[in-house]
Design a binder for this molecule. Structure first.
Ligand code: GLY
Length: 577
């Protein structure tokens, strides 16, 4: 039974009647994951084998960067559908020695031959699935360059040592889980259309069976080459194999694209929330901007209700999400190519203006939520820069938060013959035409239009939170457009509602992204019925969805203890020592 308190006028506007009706609690159908403890180190990832790899690297004397590189390489093998060397991503690193947080952008880039009409027919209509399946959907991968770059600068163990576990997993194979078999089945059509992919994932013409062993000899050989020379991916034999396959199949990624790819070090985007510093990824991810934007909006409604399933909180959260995603569609894009008003959107002045639009008792139809007009947005003064912040962190507490991807399951469904590399379909994260939704239902305009060398807008949100100079929370998630709202809700669950990380990650979530219109609520992990009914009464158009997202997170307690958990919605694991 959840006990509710009285709150400020804003939160209490419609909350008091809920206190009585919230007593019906329905048991969760997804169990909480183990709460894993550590003192010396902890690794969380989406796959137990990859987590084990990271832990072993730490135990061998590797630092957080070494463990992150080895874990990411292992994920490339054991989650060939989710992320890997054929894709790209972002990472945030907190350097224990200097207390500095740095961000690395190794997002995929549009090929130099790409243009804004790439996926349109002669009448200007979007060609269905053209940006999703096959070679034309592939953007220039950045993962190998990104991992090499962070390792060169901050790693301790040798690069070869870090790739060895992934090589072994590819060479000796691993057991195909329910999840892997299910995802192969989901993408069966695209995989079957590509001979190299078919051979690996549908060897008998059918998806690999649960419990069978997935051995990837070609991938093991590619990883061996990359262990000797990571640049083989960009200018050596691997690059040649990719470019040749592209040329044969009307793909656009060329040798020149690969040769000229470099990752970009960026300043992380940081905001303040309840005296905590929240740092996440700046554009070309939209993650940092909208995390900070929504936190700023929520902070104006403080104090918060006592629990994360309180309808007053969920209502305000959803209304803030609509605002943020409306702005995302209007303003966000690759800031190296278009102007993105990051400072304005993440300013407190902006939040104050927008907060007034939130009616505490009534949902605003998403059709009526607009991006803030450019004129007003420009008038907002930037936040003052004359601020300093002090951190005092344990010098051993390096932290990495890394999110990387192939975009949709198995990316473009293309495997480069002889290499085992699954290629991304990140081109679908561009707005292929203004207002036309991508695979996640996200819309955009010319800000996120395709241009040669431009990066598609992402929602990936690797995030590091510090409090009084101490590392506090390291969090990130998979799940396309839901990543931002998942990370946000996990942060709120731990930092505001004081849940332990296992409880926080198991808790049900809501998601609204402005377009499409309905408010999504997780069904498999249920909110109290009265909460859902209350949201309905406020006018929210609700769509129950079974579940979404796949997150993992680590909390650093005030006693400097490490606590980790991985999402029970996936098959991930946390391990500490
Ligand atoms: N491909 C999903 C994202 O970057 O947001």
């Amino acid at each position: 039974m959840v006990l509710l308190k009285l709150h400020s006028a804003f939160w209490a506007a419609t909350g008091s009647s809920i206190c009585l009706s919230i007593s019906i609690l329905i048991g969760p159908s997804i169990a909480a994951p183990p709460l894993v403890q550590g003192r010396s180190g902890i690794v969380t990832s989406a796959h137990p084998d990859a987590t084990q790899v990271g832990l072993e690297i730490l135990k061998q004397g590797g630092n957080a960067v070494d463990a992150a590189v080895a874990t990411a390489m292992a994920i490339s093998v054991v989650e060939p559908f989710s992320a890997g060397i054929g894709g790209g991503g972002f990472l945030l690193l907190r350097v224990g020695e200097t207390n500095q947080i740095v961000a690395l952008d190794f997002r995929e880039r549009a090929p130099l031959k790409a243009n804004s009409r790439l996926y349109l027919d002669e009448k200007g209509k979007v060609i269905p699935r053209a940006s999703i399946d096959g070679h034309r959907a592939v953007a220039v991968p950045g993962t190998v360059a990104g991992l090499q770059s962070v390792h060169q600068k901050y790693g301790r163990l040798s690069w070869q040592t870090l790739l060895e576990p992934a090589i072994q997993l590819a060479e000796e194979g691993f057991v195909v889980s329910d999840r892997t078999a299910r995802i192969i089945t989901l993408r069966q059509e695209a995989l079957a259309a590509n001979p190299a992919a078919r051979r690996i994932f549908l060897p008998t013409g059918q998806p690999l069976a649960v419990g069978s062993r997935l051995v990837q000899k070609d991938l093991a050989n590619t990883l061996r080459l990359l262990a000797q020379d990571p640049q083989a991916f960009y200018s050596g034999s691997v690059a040649l194999a990719i470019a040749r396959d592209m040329q044969k199949n009307e793909g656009l990624v060329s040798l020149l694209d690969l040769k000229t790819y470099t990752p970009t070090w960026r300043d992380p985007l940081c905001g303040e929330f309840r005296q905590m510093q929240v740092c996440s990824m700046p554009p070309p991810s939209s993650g940092g901007v909208h995390l900070i934007q929504i936190l700023n909006l929520l902070a104006l409604g403080q104090p918060f209700p006592a629990t994360s399933d309180h309808p007053d909180y969920l209502h305000a959260l959803v209304e803030a999400m609509k605002i943020a995603y409306a702005d995302r569609a209007e303003y966000l894009g690759d800031a190296d190519f278009v102007e993105v008003p990051v400072q304005e959107l993440t300013s407190h002045q902006y939040a104050q203006r927008r907060f007034q639009e939130i009616n505490p008792s009534q949902a605003r139809p998403a059709e009526r939520v607009k991006a803030m007009d450019t004129q007003t947005l420009k008038q907002l003064q930037n936040e003052s820069n004359d601020t300093s912040h002090l951190n005092v962190v344990d010098r051993d507490r390096n932290a990495v938060s890394l999110t990387f991807t192939l975009n949709l399951g198995f990316g473009a469904g293309v495997v480069v013959p002889g290499t085992g590399i699954v290629l991304n379909n990140e081109m679908d994260d561009f707005a292929t035409a203004p207002g036309v939704p991508n695979a996640f239902g996200l819309v955009g305009n010319s800000q996120n239009a395709i241009a040669p060398g431009k990066k598609p807008l992402s929602s990936m949100s690797p995030t590091i939170v510090s409090e009084a100079g101490q590392l506090r929370l390291i969090v990130g998630a998979a799940g396309g457009s839901t990543i931002i709202t998942t990370v946000l809700q996990l942060m709120m669950n731990v930092l505001v509602f004081e849940q332990d990380v296992a409880t926080a990650i198991q808790a049900p979530k809501v998601h609204h992204q402005w377009r499409p219109l309905p408010l999504r609520i997780e069904e498999r992990v249920q909110f109290p019925k009265a909460t859902v009914a209350n949201l309905q009464q406020r006018g929210h158009q609700i769509q129950m969805r079974s579940q979404w997202g796949n997150a993992n997170l680590i909390e650093v307690t005030p006693k400097d203890e490490l606590l980790g958990a991985a999402d029970p919605r996936g098959e991930g694991a946390a391990l500490g020592y």
